[in-house]
Design a binder for this molecule. Structure first.
Ligand SMILES: [Zn+2]
Ligand SMILES: [Zn+2]
Ligand SMILES: [Zn+2]
Length: 152
């Protein structure tokens, strides 16, 4: 005989095997919502945590102003993000966003999109910034010489 349990989230009755199990010493308990709902909730929680961190640091890429949350990451402004994360025993991603949250979003971080972040990590600069430098007007612009002809 199969044991069914009603999920508190989606309201469906599902076999007990569709629920995540927890073990407390000799006691076994099942989650009140099914695995499907558990997974959805986990994704939503992670997304919310990320969104909170991103909003705390401006909500868009500090370089190109992209604001699609899926592309955005938190960047350690002075670099050394990896060492820092190792120091606080954090893996990049969820744990790091959690760490930021628990430390009330400390200064020294900025939001960068995936493109700008990897360009910075790989080349040490972002092509967006490079383009800006090139636009900067240079004072030594070659002046067109007009040949002044003297007519006799
Ligand atoms: Zn469910
Ligand atoms: Zn960007
Ligand atoms: Zn950029």
């Amino acid at each position: 005989m199969k044991v069914y349990r009603r999920c508190t989230k989606c309201g469906k009755s599902k076999p007990i095997t569709c629920f995540n199990m927890r073990r407390y010493q000799l006691m076994i308990s099942y989650r009140s919502c099914c695995r499907t709902c558990d997974a959805i909730r986990k994704v939503a929680y992670r997304l919310a945590l990320k969104q909170r961190a991103l909003l705390a640091y401006g909500g868009k890429c500090a370089c190109c102003l992209a604001s699609d949350i899926e592309f955005l990451t938190i960047d350690h402004i002075k670099g050394g993000g990896q060492q820092h994360r190792r120091m606080i025993h954090c893996k990049p991603g969820d744990q790091f966003y959690r760490w930021l949250y628990e430390h009330k979003y400390p200064a020294g971080y900025q939001v960068l999109c995936f493109n700008c972040n990897s360009a910075k990590g790989f080349y040490g600069y972002c092509p967006h910034n490079k383009a800006q430098d090139m636009i900067e007007p240079t004072s030594e612009r070659p002046v067109e010489r007009t040949n002044v002809r003297t007519t006799n």
